[in-house]
Structure formats: C-alpha cells, structure tokens
Design a protein around this ligand. Structure first.
Ligand code: HSE
Length: 432
C-alpha cells in the first residue's frame, strides 16, 4: 500500500479518546477495508497535560495549524459547540480536507453554509454521529431512501430524557426525583439544560428534517418544549389510556389546504404515544427513530444514542466512507435543499391533545366544557368521566386541530368556573 491517509483529530474527550483507541486497535482491518493505511497526524486539544495516554508528539494546541497542514487528508471534529468548531471546519474544507463531524449544534445551525463550502471544495462533509450516536440513520436517509418520498420521521433522539421519562413510568417518581436519579447514574450532565429542555433533540430534528425533506431546516425554525413540566400525573394519565410519555422529535410533511404537501412541521415536545407503538418500547437511555415512507412503508432504527464507543463507531464508519471517496477521487452525496419546503409555524401545525380536568359533577358541566372545544373548532375524539363524590375527572382526547386552537381551548378551560383544575395537558401522537 502506498502512503497512509493522514487524519487530524479535533478534540480528545470521551468520543475522541474512543476514536483514537479504535483507530489503533482496528488499524489492520481499516487499512484492508479502505485500501490504504490511516494514520493520526495530530490531536488538537486545549490542555495537552490532560491527555497522558496520547503520544506527546501528536498533541497540539494549534488546531488551525493542524487542520490546514499540507499532509493532512481528513479531519475528524469531536469538540462540539459552534465556535471554534465552525471556523476550524471551514478552514479545513477550504484547505481541501474531507471532514467527519459529530457536531449536531453546528450542523443544525449552519449545515447549509458548511455543505456549500464542502461542495465548492469538492470534499466530503459527513456527520452520522451527530444524530442518535451509533444508529445508522443519516446515511440511510441520504442514500438508501433517496429514491423514496418520506412522510414522517419521529424519533426518541435524546437518551437522558428517555431515561428520566422511563424511570417516571416505572417508579411513579416526579420529574425532579427522576432527574436526580439520572444524574446519579451518570446519564444526565451536571447542567442538564441542553437535554432536559429539548435543545439537543431540536438540533437533531433539524438535521433529520433537512435530510428527509430536502429542505433547509435549522433549530431556530422549530417548536421546542422540554420535559421539566411533565408530572407524575401526566405519566399516570397516559398509562390510563394505554399510552406512555416520550420526548419526541417529529418531522413531517404537512398538506396544504388543497391537499398537496406544501410545508414541513418540525417540533420537539413530550407526547403520549400508545404502548403498542414501536417507539413506546424504547426504554432507558436508548434512542430510536421511526420513519414512514411512501414506498418503503414503516422502518425503525434503534440503538445507543450516546457514549464514547457507540459514537466513535459512527465516526469511524464515516471515516471509512470519506477515506474511500478520497482514494477514488470523488466526493460522496451531499445534501440537497431543492424542495425548499418551508417550516410551518407550530400554531398552524395539526396536533392532538389529551386534557384531564377536575370538574363539579353537575348537570351541564360536560356540555359547557364541550362547548369550549367546539367554539375553538376542536373536535373531541373521546371523553371519559370518573366520578368521586360531588366532583369528577373528565379526560378528553381530541382529534387533530391546529395547535393554537388546542392551546386556546385549554386557556379558556382554565378560566371556567365549572373547571376546578386542569390537571394534565399533553399532546398525543400515534393514536388512530
Ligand atoms: N446528551 C445526549 C443524550 C447525547 O442524552 O442523548 C448526545 O447527543
């Protein structure tokens, strides 16, 4: 074999460390699969003294110098965040290097500009590890399903929140207690905001929607709601109607008034889903993404969405792909925004609600409550009443209606004298 392909590694934390180790342990197999040896040219870190396991001659604090070095062919970025990652990747691409990144925030915010730069430079930009860790998902969307029309992509793409919601369902705990348990178990970060408030899932949803619908979508286009307001009551109410609560990233094509698809809806929020839905069985910190396509039908991708080795597996898969392309003198498929579909505002996105109310058990109360749904143009699918003394609990599941109409209905219900309390409000997905 002739000269080795040289890889620059940006970042050497949990994922970077696993990438380095696997590159070394699997070097013979990787060389055989690629047709050329892969060598690490350097590892850029902020504090070299914190990486005693990495050969000192590979470590550098000069990341820009490393990614633009003439002998470097490929750059792997696992530092995360927007800057300096964006500047470094643009510099690498500008210098003709192919890039593998695990950076969901950057790709979600600036994917269009990075893809344009890569396309202009004729290099690869791959980022399988940015969404759902080890799960092969972006390449299936970008390549295997490129001949199909996708209708929906619905995923559990954040392991921390899935762990918390799973524990709430299993133990009856409230959100705070389950979060404390997740922190103790090492699933939640010391500052869990990015996971708990849905930012992490929203970045992944933007990447999924852009690829699935050939339209540029950024996190800023999306509706995002985390799980901190999900209560033990919500989880119990879900169980009563045969559902479980999950934080979902939902990307779907939405038909216009004439029935033609004319936009996409992209949102992240907790929702009840039937326990019979394949995503309901995804427990603990696992991820899964359910895809509905015109010709392929329903597909599900399941696996580990985080962790050093699972994420490194996705990084190395990309590395092999871009290395092969490099040797063949080609660039792999990029992204296409040709469809140019716009993102529909959440207020106009059709959703379904589950609403649980404490009311007085008196004549006319149900009629008054039902009237509020009707006044907002919301059709009720089911109503259940559980009486207890002079009070009753009403559990209402609606049909699909614009989210704003459902929210306005709930606002009015909270103001009604006949309603003693609105005890649970959650969107519902996947009910027939
Ligand atoms: N923090 C993420 C999770 C993993 O909990 O799934 C990295 O995106």
């Amino acid at each position: 074999m002739s000269d080795a392909l040289k890889v620059a590694l940006l970042g050497c934390g949990t994922v970077g460390g696993a990438v380095l180790r696997l590159l070394s342990e699997q070097s013979e197999d990787l060389a055989a699969r690629i047709g050329r040896r892969v060598e690490v040219a350097g590892v850029a870190v902020r504090r070299p003294d914190r990486h005693p396991d990495v050969p000192a001659d590979l470590l550098t604090t000069d990341a820009l110098g490393l990614v633009t070095r003439p002998d470097v062919d490929l750059v792997v970025e696992v530092i995360g965040g927007i800057e300096p990652a964006r500047s470094l990747l643009l510099a690498a691409i500008g210098a003709g290097k192919s890039v593998v990144s695990a950076n969901k925030a950057l790709l979600a915010d600036d994917g269009v500009a990075l893809h344009a730069a890569a396309s202009e430079a004729g290099v690869d930009l791959y980022y399988e590890a940015a969404v759902a860790g080890a799960i092969p998902l972006l390449r299936p969307l970008r390549e295997s399903l490129a001949g199909d029309q996708l209708r929906r992509v619905v995923g559990i793409v954040n392991g921390t929140t899935n762990y918390i919601l799973s524990r709430m369902a299993e133990t009856g705990a409230g959100f705070g207690e389950a979060l404390a348990e997740a922190t103790e178990a090492g699933y939640a970060e010391a500052d869990p905001t990015a996971d708990v408030d849905g930012f992490d899932a929203a970045a992944k949803a933007a990447i999924l929607a852009s690829l699935a619908f050939h339209s540029p979508v950024t996190s800023a286009d999306e509706y995002r709601e985390g799980i901190s307001a999900v209560s033990a009551t919500d989880v119990a109410r879900a169980a009563e109607i045969g559902c479980t609560v999950k934080l979902l990233a939902i990307c779907e094509r939405v038909a216009g008034a004439d029935g033609a698809d004319d936009s996409v809806a992209v949102r992240v929020h907790p929702a009840m889903i039937p326990t019979s839905h394949p995503l309901a069985a995804v427990g603990g910190a696992f991820n899964a993404v359910f895809v509905e396509a015109e010709a392929a039908g329903e597909l599900m991708f399941y696996g580990r969405g985080a962790g050093g080795e699972p994420t490194a597996s996705a990084v190395l898969g990309d590395l092999v792909a871009v290395a092969r392309n490099r040797l063949a003198g080609v660039a792999g498929p990029g992204t296409t925004g040709y469809a140019g579909l716009t993102v529909r505002p959440m207020a106009e996105t059709p959703t379904r609600y589950h609403v649980s109310l404490d009311v007085a058990d008196k004549p006319g109360v149900l009629a008054t409550v039902a009237q509020e749904f009707a006044a907002n143009g919301v059709s009720i699918a089911t109503v259940r009443q559980d009486g207890h003394g002079e009070a009753a609990t009403l559990v209402i599941v609606t049909h699909r209606a614009p989210d704003a109409a459902l929210a306005a209905t709930v606002t009015r219900l909270r103001e009604m004298s006949a309603v003693r309390g609105v005890t649970s409000v959650l969107r519902v997905e996947g009910l027939s």
